[in-house]
Every structure is written in structure tokens, then in C-alpha cells.
Design a protein around this ligand. Structure first.
Ligand SMILES: *Cc1c(COP(=O)(O)O)cnc(C)c1O
Length: 368
């Protein structure tokens, strides 16, 4: 039995008519960039998610960059983000001219450790990019309280946490804005690159929209210089076609995670993912921890089970950040996790048989 890490084709097959029709409509109307399908997705996503403004853009990296640019963040400023994330969470800080400051993650939930946040703030700190990793929200209430008290912007990187909640509030709605990626493998994925910003602040929304479209809200009326970061009509139409299914797919991920927990129960040698009290995890990833990670990964590969590591090197330990001159000891948890975390295959269409197969092979491995 082959168990792929994700199976985007299985999902396509399940809604093939909707997708094919959506793509044909865009091509038939040559609504390739911007236009009615993009507007329709923005309003569909806004009403389903429960937010006033959705500003579509080219990907979930630009969305972070655009936000920081319109908030006036640049040279001389510092922005704090999590030591374990995808590089978009930090490279966009540097791209504005500001300096990324990494906060170590906590040992239980693997997200930004809110207890370290205040100690990392200086007079130069302008924003915090809180990352909701793996589908689970970080301690956003505590982070919000600190940001408010310190007068620092809170931006939420929700690329891995569509529809996750913390005390009933969805990811992206506590900060000044939320940033989403619709990269194909994300919980809501396009068939290419796409992303968006969500915010209840109308003025900020207009600024983002302008910045993402060459600094113009009306054609040829460039108020400022911006960038070209637009969503394709085809991606928007595909995302709109997927929206009616997203809550059901999220529930399916929750059910599949429960099956993993059931079938992996009692295996000594692995640490299971913990769900933070008050949160609804959307299970973008199912991450276990073991000291024998590399050997386990190789063992599963022999049985055609694909696994992955998110992420094999903590951000501050990457060559890209050597210039910050930090040591591994500055981020003890993130540095420990990089050698121990393993993401198991999880997607809405994975079957219980596949999960049982994965769990059996893991159980066998720890018997030796
Ligand atoms: C995927 C991801 C991004 C970037 O999204 P792209 O659409 O690939 O640019 C940003 N942050 C996190 C945490 C991600 O997982």
C-alpha cells in the first residue's frame, strides 16, 4: 500500500466537475487577472470566514510583505517571529529592511513561546508575526495582550491554519490582519500560487489593495509605488469552487487525526501532538516526535509511506541568518525539535486503512 504525504489528485477527482467548469468559465471569459472571479472569491471567502475585507494577492509570502510595507515597517525596525516556521515568516521582514528577531517555540505545541515575547521586545520592535503552525493556533490571546500593551502591531501568519480557532475566534481575526497562503498543499489550496490578507480595518484593506496592484486603486492612478502581486482568475475560480467543501474537509482532517491518535496509542518512543485547550486544530500537519526520527523516516520510506519534516532546520539556524550571529543555544527548543519532529501523511481523503498501515509500521519499528 502506498501512502503519499498528500494526495491532491484524490481531492480533484472528488470535485472534478466543479473545478473543470470553473476553469472553463474563466478561460471562456478571458478573466485571467483580477476581474469578476477574483472579486467573487474575495467576497465568498470574507463571508464564510467572517471578516470584512479579503485582499487577494499572488501568494502567502507577498501577503506578509505587503502588510509590513503598508504599516510602514522598514529599516531600523525589528519584527519578532517564531524560530520554527517556513522562511516566508522571516524573509519578508528582511525584505522590508527591518531585522527579524526570532522567538523560540514551546516544547508542547511547537509554536511561538509567548512567555519569551516581552523579553525580546526593544524600542525598535514594531510588529510581531505570530505563526499558527501545523493547523494549531499559538497563544494568540496572550500575544495580543502583550502587543496591545507595548503598542506593537500583531500580524497573524495563518498559512497553515485556515479555519482554526482559539476560544471560538478564527485565526487571523485577533491581530490587525491575517495572512493566508493558498499554495496547493495548504488546507485550502489553489492549482498554483495564491494568497490573501484578511482584515476588519477598511483603511488598511485599501492600502494593501493599492500596494499589491502597483500603488493604484484605479487604473493609471498610482498614488504610491507598489508591487505586482495579483491573484489569477483561474486560481480564484478554483478556490471558490472548493469553498463549499472546506469545512467538511477540515472536519475530515480532525477525524483522521483522531484515528492516528487511536491507532498510535501506547507506542512508547513517540510523543503525540497535543491540542491546546480552547483551540480547534485544523490538522494541516500531524507531527509526532521521536529521538529516532531519521531511522523511523527511512523505515517508513521502505514501505512506501511518505513523511516530511516541518522544518529540518529552525530559521535562525539556517545559513541565511548566519549574519544575525545567533547560536543554537539561543533557541534550545527549536534546535532540539529539528532533529525529532516528523510529519505523517494527513489529508481529508486519507483512508483509515492507510492510517492503520502507517501506525502498524511505526509500532513495528519501535518493537526492535
Ligand atoms: C506556506 C507558508 C507561507 C507562504 O506561503 P506561499 O503561498 O507559499 O508564499 C508562509 N508562512 C507559512 C507558515 C507557511 O506555511
Amino acid at each position: 500500500m502506498r501512502v503519499p504525504f498528500v494526495d491532491l489528485n484524490a481531492q480533484y477527482k472528488s470535485i472534478k466537475t466543479d473545478i473543470d467548469r470553473a476553469i472553463e468559465a474563466v478561460i471562456g471569459e478571458t478573466a485571467f487577472i483580477g476581474g469578476k472571479y477574483v472579486k467573487a472569491f474575495e467576497s465568498d471567502f470574507a463571508s464564510l470566514y467572517g471578516v470584512k475585507n479579503v485582499i487577494s494577492c499572488a501568494n502567502g509570502t507577498d501577503s506578509l510583505y505587503i502588510l509590513m510595507k503598508v504599516l510602514g515597517i522598514g529599516e531600523g525596525d525589528e519584527v519578532i517571529t517564531a524560530a520554527n516556521s517556513w522562511i516566508s515568516s522571516s524573509e519578508t521582514i528582511s525584505q522590508t529592511g527591518a531585522t527579524p528577531v526570532f522567538a523560540d517555540v514551546d516544547e508542547v505545541y511547537y509554536s511561538m513561546n509567548e512567555r519569551l515575547l516581552e523579553g525580546l521586545m526593544t524600542s525598535k520592535t514594531r510588529a510581531v508575526i505570530a505563526v499558527h503552525l501545523q493547523g494549531q493556533m499559538c497563544q494568540i490571546e496572550a500575544i495580543r495582550e502583550i502587543c496591545d500593551r507595548k503598542g506593537v502591531y500583531l500580524i497573524e501568519d495563518c498559512a497553515q491554519s485556515h479555519f482554526s480557532t482559539f476560544n471560538g475566534v478564527r485565526a487571523g481575526l485577533r491581530g490587525i490582519a491575517g495572512s493566508f497562503s493558498f499554495y496547493p498543499g495548504k488546507n485550502l489550496g489553489a492549482y498554483g500560487d495564491a494568497g490573501c490578507i484578511i482584515t476588519n480595518d477598511d483603511q488598511l484593506a485599501d492600502k494593501c489593495r493599492m500596494y499589491a496592484n502597483h500603488g493604484a486603486l484605479k487604473k493609471h492612478h498610482h498614488i504610491i509605488e507598489g508591487i505586482n502581486s495579483r491573484m489569477d482568475g483561474i486560481q480564484a475560480a478554483i478556490l471558490s469552487a472548493k469553498l463549499p467543501y472546506i469545512l467538511q474537509w477540515t472536519n475530515s482532517r480532525i477525524a483522521k487525526a483522531a484515528l492516528y491518535k487511536k491507532h498510535l496509542a501506547g507506542i512508547s518512543g513517540i510523543v503525540m501532538p497535543e491540542v491546546r485547550e480552547g483551540t480547534e486544530h485544523s490538522w494541516h500537519l500531524f507531527v509526532i516526535r521521536t529521538e529516532r526520527r531519521d531511522a523511523l523516516m527511512a523505515h517508513l520510506k521502505k514501505f512506501d509511506i511518505e513523511t516530511a519534516i516541518h522544518y529540518p532546520t529552525a530559521l535562525p539556524n539556517l545559513p541565511a541568518y548566519a549574519y544575525l550571529e545567533k547560536s543554537r543555544d539561543d533557541f534550545p527548543v527549536a534546535s532540539l525539535l529539528e532533529g525529532q519532529i516528523l510529519s505523517l501523511p494527513i489529508f481529508p481523503e486519507i483512508t483509515e486503512e492507510q492510517i492503520i498501515f502507517v501506525a502498524e509500521k511505526i509500532r513495528d519499528f519501535f518493537k526492535d
